[in-house]
Design a protein around this ligand. Structure first.
Ligand code: TXA
Ligand code: MG
Length: 368
């Protein structure tokens, strides 16, 4: 770490850097991601250290994806189960040849439509990919992010970067550097602060080793968008009835996205949702608990005297995905005991929003 500071002082821009619990926080403007700070972060990755960085979906916790020792550090820092594989992040399609085998025409078509962007593809893996990345599977997950800081970091490091979301395992994924600082400062070398992420929830994971291609995790690229390009796309049945199926994407079986407060999702027509939540507010308050409501712009006025956060406009679900994870963390900051959340329609990115919300609730769902 000392060498790291030496490198920085040579760069002469210490204003952009601070240290929290021994972790360097480096601020990088996404509009100008070219400075010495970025080269330093890339150098840390090459040396086998962990660097958290912004992507367009959520912040990632990056390590040299071809170095098993570095990859193991990711699992330790996050407290992540060993059998949950990681995504390799690349910045140029030519790098794919190094890590993926048997790349078919349909893959090229999908990549040219959605990369760079919030879509992760599952390929057969090449032997160069360590078992630590794939948790021993014969396949590897690959994504090309579009965030300018992520792109520059991967290019400067010159290697595929393995990166899960940069949260402690089980917690909501981080959408700001501050979220990462809270979860991981003291456990990793560097956090790059590049502002808030845009999509707000993770990439879609699409398995293209099977026919038809199958969505293992809904995310930033929607089912409807995929259908337009791919034609036939299946949604992993494990996503529709998670209690009874074994998911193909190992990450889908773990408790996820959980704030400290318990979460209840109320699903159904808007008016009935509001009435049900008003009843629950009273019930919870009567039993001595502090309720909070995750509402929408259309409903936030109905809830008086409790902590209310509007996730956004029901008719613009992208506003809701962008706010969801930070709102879950904000409810914890407000010391709420139980979060009552309105469900939204499972159209477009609404499918991914509802996947995350139901998981955050541990499937504690009330249908009205
Ligand atoms: O948007 C994102 O995807 C973010 C940013 C940082 O890129 N990353 C992310 O990584 O969400 P993580 O580790 O939190 O989620 C990766 C998901 C997990 O559900 C994992 O099980 C699945 O991808 N996965 C990884 N490799 C796989 C494979 N070979 N087969 C099936 N699923 C896989
Ligand atoms: Mg994650």
């Amino acid at each position: 770490m000392f060498q790291c500071f030496e490198l920085l002082s040579q760069s002469g821009d210490l204003m952009m850097i601070k240290k929290v619990n021994n972790t360097l926080i480096i601020k990088i403007d996404p509009k100008k991601p070219d400075g010495e700070e970025l080269k330093l972060a890339a150098e840390m990755i090459r040396r086998g250290e962990l660097v958290a960085f912004p992507t367009e979906t959520v912040y990632g916790l990056g390590a040299d994806g071809l170095n098993p020792v570095a990859v193991r550090k990711i699992f330790k820092a996050k407290g992540r189960p060993q059998d949950n594989p990681l995504i390799l992040h690349i910045a140029e399609v030519k790098v794919l040849d190094m890590i993926a085998d048997n790349i078919q025409d349909k893959a090229l078509k999908i990549m040219s439509a959605f990369w760079p962007g919030p879509l992760t593809l599952i390929f057969n893996k090449k032997p160069s990919v360590p078992d630590e990345v794939t948790a021993g599977l014969s396949t590897v997950a690959v994504r090309m992010p579009s965030h300018p800081v992520a792109v520059k970091l991967i290019k400067a490091a010159g290697i595929p970067i393995a990166a899960p979301s940069a949260n402690l395992s089980g917690r909501p994924s981080p959408t700001t550097a501050e979220h990462v600082v809270r979860d991981l400062s003291g456990k990793i070398a560097v956090i790059i602060d590049g502002g808030s992420t845009e999509v707000g929830l993770e990439s879609t994971v699409l398995d293209i080793t099977c026919d038809p291609p199958t969505i293992l995790r809904p995310g930033g690229v929607t089912y409807e968008e995929l259908i337009d390009v791919v034609g036939d796309v299946r949604i992993d049945p494990a996503l529709e009835n998670e209690e009874n199926f074994v998911p193909k994407s190992p990450g889908q079986k773990y408790t996820h996205y959980s704030p400290k407060a318990s979460v209840v999702v109320v699903e159904g027509p808007m008016k009935q949702q509001v009435n049900q939540i008003l009843k629950l507010i009273k019930l919870k308050a009567d039993s001595g608990l502090k309720p909070g409501v995750l509402a929408t712009d259309q409903t936030k006025e109905f809830y008086n005297g409790v902590d209310v956060i509007s996730l956004g406009d029901r008719d613009m679900p992208y506003t809701i995905s962008a706010r969801l994870f930070s709102a879950l963390r904000e409810m914890d900051d407000r010391d709420v005991d139980v979060i009552l959340a309105e469900g939204i329609e499972e159209k477009g990115i609404g499918l991914a929003v509802m996947n995350r919300l139901r998981k955050a609730a541990g499937y504690n769902i009330i249908k009205v």
